[in-house]
Ligand binder design. Sequence first.
Ligand code: ADP
Length: 484
Amino acid sequence: MKVLLASSEVHPFSKTGGLADMVGALGKALARAGHEARIVTPLYRGIYEKFPGLKPEDWQFDLPLGAKQIQGKLFSLDVEKNLTIYFVEQDEFYNRAGIYLENDVSYADNAERFIFFSKCAAHLARYLPWQPEIVHVHDWQAAIVPALILHQRQNEGWGNPPATCLTIHNLAYQGTFPREAFALTNLPQEFFTPERMEFFDHLNCLKTGIAFADAITTVSPRYAREIMTEEYGCALDGILRKRKNSFYGILNGVDYEEWNPASDKFLDKNFSATRLGGKTANKLALQEEFHLPLDKNIPLFGTISRLAEQKGVDIQLGALEEMLSTDIQFVLLGSGATAYERGYQELARRFPTKVAVRVGYDETLAHRIEAGCDFYLMPSRFEPSGLNQMYSLRYGTIPIVRATGGLDDSVIDMTEDADCANGIKFREYSARALAKAIRKALAIYQQAELMRRYRRNGMKSDFSWNRTVAEYLRVYKTAKSATR
Ligand code: ADP
């Protein structure tokens, strides 16, 4: 099948979270399964310098954006057989210090930036000599593409356009803008209704995708069920329920070429389920890197995260406060809301031999934390898929997670299956419940054999993309037969 993916982030070119990992891995997995995958994404600052293989295409975008005409260029990179990445160059929009924001503040022209990007994606789908059968768009930044395609089909004579699929990576980010932003789409006014693109007098890009895409997916089965309820639905549960026959939950896969402790180039020592000894060397190296006392017997907990409300920072700070009277260590790598960064830094200041914090974004350190820790904390308020708990499982680091979304779908608690247990789950969103889960972890830590069993079970679990890609192909086929 020929699939064009459109995403505002793609690993290894740009990344703020799991979206980038997923799109990069899906492209690769489709290509390796013998399909033709191409991905379109913006050319952000620094990509051109870092990837000298980028070549200019003989292509010029000159597209209306409201009353203006905006020009852009196209670059491409052939990554491997069957996988090409297209980069949209538009320096005013994308050559900036951040992807979505700077200093905690979203760019004021994000509507312009990503509506333009969506128009470029639709334009490529229409005019590339290579004609995609499916256009698979990701999150709000590309979510209006299905509306653009439908409009061009109905009004501009685009015969036989591709089917469309939207993946929701996080329903909390919808791309809502004041109603005036609708003009940037250059779509006729009849598209701006509460059934389609309008959301309480605003333009809502994600809702647009939900209304228009032939198929909709999200990144875990449990999150799919959750967001059709009022509690988790971020006010879009109604339209999701309306589309429930075309809505699927597919748990994200893991790129085990990138995340494999047996071959991970960032580790001090590689290890595997049968050679677990190497994990201790990584633990000591991590303690050293974070200037914590070197002691292989102290249980070491870790977290790598965007510091946002979603990630359960408040209950994590509360639970740590309670648990730091016991003999544990905790390391954090994260960045995000300043108040949360300060909260962890303050904890590290008060407990310098127990807590260490690195504020920032650091791919190498993320791998070293996964390898060096005994337990991984992920107490999210909600979690569409979550990747770090799956990386933890593969690295023999036992995840402690709140039973929500993809966390619930990927981790097995003792109470669900004693033989296959690979992590600890708690339900109630509270510091007390998380502290209790940490106490359970400490009890497991005291029993070497039990600890080994959890680790081995985790390292055996398989979230590889072969399975995931087969599920997407099924959805693509359904979308093709449903094209409106
Ligand atoms: P989300 O997409 O909500 O941020 P996920 O768990 O799905 O959460 O994916 C997060 C991805 O981003 C993982 O690959 C994780 O390792 C990475 N990540 C998050 N914060 C950092 C950071 N500060 N440094 C390095 N990697 C990070």
